[in-house]
Design a protein around this ligand. Structure first.
Ligand SMILES: Cc1cc2nc3c(=O)[nH]c(=O)nc-3n(C[C@H](O)[C@H](O)[C@H](O)COP(=O)(O)O)c2cc1C
Length: 173
């Protein structure tokens, strides 16, 4: 799958088949995180690959924004340690992981862990040092549901793409 097709066809997947993710694909997904760019190449990140069913089920119980992580065959926790731009670095790494997975037919959903109690519970479960930032839990798996034909809509190209100056929405000839 070429990069444009992967980006254009990708959709968040929240309903997973129980089939495990092949370990060679998991390694590739994790290499895609490792080879992501980071601010001043600081690489202040850790990626925890979780496949233990019991731990996944516990995560599903904690993560109110993504209980489906409890039924996923794989989750990856993205953790930053004193990074200068943690959200940007983590965002680039997780997008690389998502596109790698998608190109091999595996879907993903970003699970926000915003509530303090949930952050503490996830850190305790996964043994993440308290001082580190838990950015998100990513749930991965082969899609079990049938995608909606309309998909998730986007604002129009003309509305969000501007040319030379903000407000110029007509492409110069
Ligand atoms: C920063 C961010 C946080 C998100 N948090 C959640 C979440 O906690 N739970 C969830 O089900 N989906 C979450 N999503 C998925 C979005 O709802 C989804 O990407 C969006 O609706 C667009 O749909 P698409 O990914 O299928 O194109 C999150 C996405 C992003 C980028």
């Amino acid at each position: 799958m070429d990069v444009y097709t992967a980006i254009r066809s990708r959709r968040t997947v929240r309903d997973y088949k129980p089939d495990p993710i092949p370990q060679d694909l998991l390694k590739k997904i994790l290499q895609c995180a490792r080879w992501s760019p980071s601010s001043s190449n600081t690489q202040k990140w850790y990626f925890i690959a979780i496949q233990d069913r019991d731990v996944l089920a516990k995560l599903g119980g904690i993560c109110k924004q993504g209980p489906f992580v409890g039924t996923a065959p794989l989750a990856i926790a993205v953790v930053m340690d004193d990074a200068p731009r943690p959200q940007l670095d983590a965002g680039r790494a997780l997008q690389n992981m998502e596109l790698m997975a998608w190109s091999e037919g595996v879907g993903m959903c970003f699970v926000g862990v915003r509530d303090d109690d949930q952050v503490v519970a996830v850190k305790e479960l996964l043994n993440i040092p308290e001082k580190m930032d838990l950015i998100t839990i990513l749930a991965f798996g082969y899609r079990a549901d049938i995608p909606k034909p309309a998909g998730t809509p986007r604002r129009s190209f003309e509305e969000i793409i501007h040319w030379d100056k903000f407000g110029e929405t007509t492409q110069p000839a």
